[in-house]
Design a protein around this ligand. Structure first.
Ligand code: FAD
Ligand code: DHB
Length: 389
C-alpha cells in the first residue's frame, strides 16, 4: 500500500489533520490501535478555543458544533468563601465553546467516512520506519498478517503512550516534565448543570470544577490523592465531596444523579523537543501534555495541526520545505505558553500536600489580587480563550 501521509492515531489531532489534507487533495491513511466505539467511549476535554472552532469550520465539520455547542462569555473562580467572574468576552472580545471532545471526534469520524478516506482500526504493533531518510513507511499487524504502508511523511498523532515518540528516543529527543501529586476524579451525569458557566473552586479540601456538556449533561471534577481508586468512590461520596468544595448556594442548587462515567486522570506537564524527526512529526498529546486545569490539551492539538497542515500544504503545493522545517519551532512557541498557563492555573487552584499553610496564603493573596486587578484578569482571560495561532 502507498499513500502520501500516514497518520498514526485517530484522536482529534489525527482526524483534524486527515480532514484538512484530504480537503487539499493530499492522500492520507489513519491507523489506530483500537476501534471507533472505543475512541468515542473516552470522556475527555470539554472547552474549545476559537482556533479549534475555526479549524472545524475550515474542515467543513462544524455544523453540529455550532448548533449544539454552548458559547461561554466567562467563568467563575471560587475561593475563600468568595466568587469572582472572569468576563472573557468583555476582557478579550472572545468567548469559548463548551462542546465535548467525544462529540467533536464523532463529527470528524462521520466527516471522514463520508469523504471516503481510509481509516484502519484495530491495528496491532504499529511502527514507523526509516523516517530519517526519503522513503519512510509504517508497518502494522491485523489478523496475524503484517502490512506495510509506504509514504512521504508520518504524522505521530498517537497520544502520550503511542509508538511515534518511542521511535525517536535516542535521536536527539529532549523531554521536560513535571508530575503533580494528585489526580482529577471526574463524573459525567445526565443532570442539568448547576450554573450556566464553569466554576473553578479553590478549597481547603482540594480543587473542584463544575463543568458541563449540554443543558442536560454535567461534568464535575474533584482533586483526589493519586492513591485513590475510582472503584472506592461511590456516586454519593462524590456528590457529597464536591458539594463541600463549592460555594454554599451552588452546593444547594446542585442536581445529583447516577454517574454515566467516572474516572481518575493523573496530572502532568510534559513537552518533547523537537517535534520533527526527519519525515516524522509529533502532534498533539504525542508531543506534549498539559494538566487539564486550563482546558488546553485538545486546543493545543488543534494548533499543532494548523501549523503542520500549513507546512505539508506548502510542501505539496509550492514544492517548498520551509513550512515543514518551521513546524517544530512554530508549534513549540505556542505550546510553551499554554504549558505555562496550565501550570500556573494548576498551582493557583489546587491543594499541594507539601506546601502547607504558606502555600495556601500565597494562593489566597494571588486570587485576591486577581479579583481586584483588571490587567491580571485580562491576562488570565487572554490565555484561557487561547493565544493566536
Ligand atoms: P489522543 O486523543 O490521545 O488520540 C491518540 C490516538 O492514538 C488514540 O485514538 C489512540 O487509540 C491512538 N493510539 C495510541 N497508541 C497507538 C498505537 N500504538 N497504535 C496506533 N494508534 C495508537 N483535555 C482537556 O482540555 N480537558 C480535559 O478534561 C481533559 N481530560 C483528559 C482526560 C484523560 C484521561 C486524558 C488522557 C486526556 C485528557 N485531556 C483533557 C487532554 C485531551 O483529551 C487531549 O489533549 C487530546 O485528546 C489530544 O488529542 P490527540 O489526538 O493528540 O491524542
Ligand atoms: C473541562 C475540563 C477542563 O480541564 C476544564 O478546564 C474545563 C472543562 C471539561 O471536561 O468539561
Amino acid at each position: 500500500m502507498r499513500t502520501q501521509v500516514v497518520i498514526i492515531g485517530s484522536g482529534p489531532s489525527g482526524l483534524m489533520l486527515g480532514a484538512l489534507l484530504s480537503k487539499s487533495g493530499i492522500d492520507n491513511i489513519i491507523i489506530d490501535r483500537v476501534d471507533r466505539d472505543y475512541i468515542l467511549g473516552r470522556i475527555r476535554a470539554g472547552v474549545l478555543e476559537v482556533g479549534a472552532i475555526g479549524l472545524m469550520d475550515r474542515i467543513g465539520a462544524g455544523e453540529r458544533m455550532h448548533r449544539e455547542g454552548l458559547l461561554h462569555d466567562g467563568f467563575s473562580l471560587s475561593f475563600s468563601g468568595r466568587r469572582h467572574r472572569i468576563a472573557l468576552k468583555e476582557l478579550t472580545g472572545t468567548s469559548v465553546m463548551v462542546y465535548g471532545q467525544t462529540e467533536l471526534t464523532r463529527d470528524l469520524m462521520d466527516h471522514r467516512e463520508q469523504s471516503g478516506a481510509k481509516t484502519i482500526y484495530n491495528a496491532g504493533n504499529v511502527t514507523p520506519h526509516e523516517f530519517d531518510g526519503e522513503k519512510p513507511y509504517v508497518t502494522y499487524e491485523r489478523d496475524g498478517v503484517t502490512h506495510r504502508i509506504d509514504c512521504d511523511f508520518i504524522a505521530g498523532c498517537d497520544g502520550y503512550h503511542g509508538p511515534s515518540r518511542s521511535a525517536v528516543q535516542g535521536k536527539g529527543l529532549q523531554t521536560y516534565e513535571k508530575v503533580y501529586p494528585f489526580g482529577w476524579l471526574g463524573v459525567l451525569a445526565d443532570v442539568p448543570p448547576v450554573h450556566h458557566e464553569l466554576i473553578y473552586a479553590n478549597h481547603a479540601r482540594g480543587f473542584a470544577l463544575c463543568s458541563q456538556r449540554s443543558p442536560t449533561r454535567s461534568r464535575y471534577y474533584v482533586q483526589v490523592p493519586l492513591t485513590d481508586k475510582v472503584e472506592e468512590w461511590s456516586d454519593d461520596a462524590f456528590w457529597d465531596e464536591i458539594r463541600r468544595r463549592v460555594p454554599e448556594d451552588v452546593a444547594q442548587s446542585m442536581v445529583t444523579g447516577p454517574s454515566i462515567e467516572k474516572s481518575i486522570a493523573p496530572l502532568r506537564s510534559f513537552v518533547a523537543e523537537p517535534l520533527r524527526f526527519g519525515r516524522l512529526f509529533l502532534v498533539g498529546d504525542a508531543g506534549h501534555i498539559v494538566p487539564p486545569t486550563g482546558a488546553k490539551g485538545l486546543n493545543l492539538a488543534a494548533s499543532d495541526v494548523h501549523y503542520l497542515f500549513a507546512g505539508l500544504e506548502e510542501f505539496y503545493g509550492e514544492k517548498s520545505k520551509a513550512g515543514i522545517d518551521a513546524y517544530s519551532a512554530r508549534a513549540l512557541r505556542r505550546i510553551w505558553k499554554a504549558e505555562r498557563f496550565s501550570w500556573s492555573m494548576t498551582m493557583l487552584m489546587h491543594r499541594f500536600p507539601d506546601d502547607g499553610e504558606f502555600g495556601q496564603k500565597v494562593q489566597e493573596a494571588e486570587l485576591d489580587y486577581l479579583a481586584s486587578s483588571v490587567p491580571a484578569q485580562t491576562a488570565m482571560a487572554e490565555n484561557y480563550v487561547g493565544l493566536p495561532y
